[in-house]
Each structure stands twice: as structure tokens, then as C-alpha cells.
Design a protein around this ligand. Structure first.
Ligand SMILES: C[S@@+](CC[C@H](N)C(=O)[O-])C[C@H]1O[C@@H](n2cnc3c(N)ncnc32)[C@H](O)[C@@H]1O
Ligand code: SF4
Length: 400
């Protein structure tokens, strides 16, 4: 995300889409993503499109951000009518740096524009140190149903290497506060394989998420992104690079601890305590639904057209102030592109993908290598084994 955006073909000034794309909008579900590009400080490993106050420069204020997003929404409303919105996900950055009432105003705007489904899932990401019980209650009052907290680790030394600003105890405490505020669905994000993290450190992170009583856990292997402070430290030899073997051990530890505590995986990096606890928004992404991404750098997909907004918040605000679409570029996905994308996303799901949609020789080889569930294979479905989940990228390369 830190690199330049591709150009693609230009987006028309009014953001309009070909009628072939909008004709069946929302037929497989419709999701709205809202990007909030602000953070109090930048974590050394993170290359998301987010800015600290010092990095932001002039022409953008957090106080005006909700109004800028609402201006994009007004343009979007003229472009498509999906009938209803199944899920909203406010991500960042740190959405909870905005006033809870601003997040509520954005949600009201989405409801007014397109209508929230009565059972809509409405998530916001939050940094543990940026919320308190009052803030969480206000989010609930505005209609948020789910919160995703970036915990990353329970080990103080690991949090320091990751440049996190919260204490080890703050994330589980925020999760408890969220439940007390009335959030039925609470996620904690973990990162594993950070240099310096021991097996005991990660075991303690897993115990902490289980004890916090959340219904969802995302666990990601640390990715060293080019251009980050962490990548520079590794290049200078100040930190070792993460090891694939260690990451695999940590993944197995996560599966063992989480399944013993009543969680089941439903995507390679995601576990939930029940089907209702799964993140419906991400499932819509992974199963080819339409979505509109509001905010700088946000990506959207409607009926095979994918587009992305200008990246900098100042450029985004300037476009909208002039009444012009913030779309920077777009591409029309052909059948072959859509097929590749579908395979890449569905192979990672517990439900898997029908064998007749993948390369038969690749699938046969993956089965012989113990990477696919034999019973599912017999009934015509490709489903990863635990070993297959460790090697999901290789399976995808072989079967796409
Ligand atoms: C947009 S961020 C999270 C929300 C919030 N700003 C926070 O940090 O608490 C979403 C999640 O992506 C994961 N993430 C970000 N950069 C990563 C990286 N380089 N490697 C692995 N996971 C990463 C983290 O687990 C993080 O919580
Ligand atoms: S991980 Fe979260 S808090 Fe840290 S810089 Fe990235 S978006 Fe901001």
C-alpha cells in the first residue's frame, strides 16, 4: 500500500460506471469500506495508507474528514443503487482517532444513501489505547455491531519492537470494555514471528486472547514491507529477518490453542467461535461481492470494474471540494482475471473451492503431498489440510 498506485484507465470526473457493471450491483451482497487515514504514531512494520499529524501537511483536518467522506458518498449514491448495504467496515489507520459521533455521522450517511440491511454487520477497527468505555458505548449507540482491536502481542518486549504505544494489558482490557458496552462481536488481531518473539511469548498472546472472551481472532505472520522503518532496521542488521520455520511453528501453536478453546478457522488467518462470529464483511470480499471503498487510497469493486482513489488525504479532499470523483484509476476485470482472483481467495477459505474450477493436475499433486483433505477431494471440493494452510500460497500457485 505504501508504493505508488497503478494508473489504470482514467475514472470519469463524475465517477460513473458502465451500465454493464451496475446492472446487477449487490446481487452477491454489497459492502462498504471506509478508510480513515490517520494514526497517532506510525508502527515500524506498517505500510498502510495512514498519516501522523506531522506527516499530513496542510489541507486536511481530522475534524473535517467525516464531511469529506460524506461528499464522496453523495457522488457514489448517484452512481449506483445496490438496494441495501449488508456490511460496513471502517478501517485504517486508526478510525477511533475520529470522534465517535463522526463515525456515527458517516454511518447515518451510508444508511441514508443506500439503506443498511436490518441485520447489517458494522465493524470498526480500533487501537486499544484510543478507546474507553464511554467512546465504546457511543459507537454502540450509533449502530456499530463489531469491533476489531489491534493487540498484536501480549509480550511487552515484542510490542516495543513493533513500536506499539499500548501496554500489554490494554488490548484485552479494551476487549472486555467493548463487550460490557454491548458489542457482541469483538476481534483481536495478533502478529506472530516478530524478531525476538519467543514461543512462550506467543503462547502468552494466545492465552490472553482466549481469556479476553472474544469471539474472533485474526493472526498474521509479520510481513516485512519495503520502505518501512522495520525493513530499514533489518537491512542495517539491527534486527534479524523473520524465519519461515518459526512462522510455521507459531501458526501451528495458534491452531492448537484456538481450536482447544472452541475457535474454528474459516480462513487461513481467521478463527471464530461460531458461524455468526465470522467477519461477514471479509467473507463478502473473498467471495466476489460488490463493494464501495470510501476514502483516500480505498479500492472498490462493482460488477467486474475495480477502481482506486487518489492516495493522499489532501488530494482526496481537493477533488471532492471541486465536486470531482476521487477515483485515480480503474480496470475492467476480464473473465480470466476474475477467475484467478476467485481461486486465490477461495482456496484460503475453510469452505474451499469446487475442484472443477481449478487446475486438476495441480490439485492432484497437492492431494498427494498431503495439502488437501481427501474426503472433500472425493466429493469434488478443494479444502486445505493444516499442512496445506501452512503452504496455502504454494497450493494457489499450483492450482490456479
Ligand atoms: C489497519 S491495521 C489495524 C488497526 C489499528 N490501526 C491497530 O494497529 O491497532 C490492521 C491489522 O493489520 C495487521 N498488520 C499491519 N501491518 C502488518 C504487517 N506488516 N505484517 C503483519 N500484519 C500486519 C495488524 O495485525 C493490524 O492490527
Ligand atoms: S498498525 Fe495500525 S496504528 Fe500502527 S501505523 Fe498501522 S494502522 Fe496505524
Amino acid at each position: 500500500m505504501a508504493g505508488a498506485l497503478p494508473d489504470g484507465e482514467p475514472v470519469p470526473a463524475d465517477g460513473s460506471l458502465p451500465s454493464s457493471a451496475t446492472r446487477h450491483v449487490g446481487k452477491n451482497g454489497f459492502a462498504v469500506y471506509v478508510h480513515v487515514p490517520f494514526c497517532a504514531s506510525r508502527c515500524g512494520y506498517c505500510d498502510f495508507n495512514t498519516y501522523t499529524a506531522g506527516e499530513l501537511g496542510t489541507g486536511v483536518s481530522r475534524e473535517e474528514y467525516a464531511d469529506t467522506v460524506l461528499a464522496e458518498l453523495r457522488l457514489a449514491q448517484k452512481t449506483i443503487n445496490p438496494g441495501k448495504v449488508d456490511t460496513v467496515f471502517v478501517g485504517g489507520g486508526t478510525p477511533t482517532l475520529l470522534a465517535a459521533d463522526d463515525l456515527g455521522r458517516i454511518l447515518d450517511g451510508i444508511d441514508a444513501a443506500w439503506g443498511l440491511a436490518p441485520d447489517a454487520e458494522i465493524t470498526t477497527e480500533a487501537n486499544p489505547e484510543s478507546v474507553d468505555p464511554h467512546y465504546l458505548r457511543t459507537l454502540r449507540r450509533h449502530g456499530f455491531t463489531r469491533i476489531s482491536l489491534g493487540m498484536q502481542s501480549a509480550a511487552p518486549a515484542v510490542l516495543r519492537i513493533l513500536d506499539r504505544k499500548h501496554t500489554a494489558g490494554r488490548a484485552p482490557q479494551a476487549a472486555v470494555e467493548a463487550r460490557e458496552a454491548g458489542f457482541e462481536h469483538v476481534n483481536l488481531d495478533l502478529i506472530y514471528g516478530t524478531p525476538g518473539e519467543t514461543a512462550d511469548d506467543f503462547a502468552s498472546s494466545l492465552r490472553t486472547v482466549v481469556d479476553a472472551g472474544v469471539d474472533h481472532v485474526s493472526a498474521y505472520a509479520l510481513i516485512v514491507e519495503d520502505g518501512t522503518r522495520m525493513a530499514a532496521r533489518m537491512r542495517r542488521g539491527e534486527l534479524p529477518y523473520p524465519s519461515d520455520d518459526v512462522a510455521a511453528d507459531r501458526y501451528l501453536a495458534a491452531e492448537a490453542a484456538l481450536s482447544a478453546a472452541g475457535f474454528s478457522w474459516y480462513e487461513v488467518s481467521n478463527w471464530a467461535t461460531s458461524e455468526q462470529a465470522r467477519c461477514r464483511h471479509n467473507l463478502l470480499y473473498w467471495t466476489g461481492a460488490d463493494w464501495w471503498g470510501l476514502g483516500p487510497g480505498a479500492h472498490s469493486h462493482v460488477g467486474g470494474v475495480r477502481w482506486w482513489n487518489v492516495k493522499h488525504p489532501a488530494a482526496y479532499a481537493k477533488r471532492l471540494a471541486a465536486g470531482v470523483s476521487p477515483g485515480h484509476g480503474r480496470e475492467l476485470l476480464g473473465d480470466a482475471d476474475r477467475h484467478v482472483e476467485d481461486v486465490m481467495l477461495r482456496v484460503r477459505l475453510r469452505e474451499g473451492i469446487a475442484l472443477d474450477r481449478v487446475d486438476p493436475l495441480g490439485a492432484k499433486q497437492a492431494l498427494a503431498n498431503g495439502l488437501l483433505e481427501p474426503a472433500a477431494y472425493e466429493s469434488g471440493q478443494l479444502v486445505l489440510t493444516l499442512r496445506g494452510r501452512l503452504l496455502a500460497d504454494a497450493v494457489i500457485r499450483d492450482v490456479v
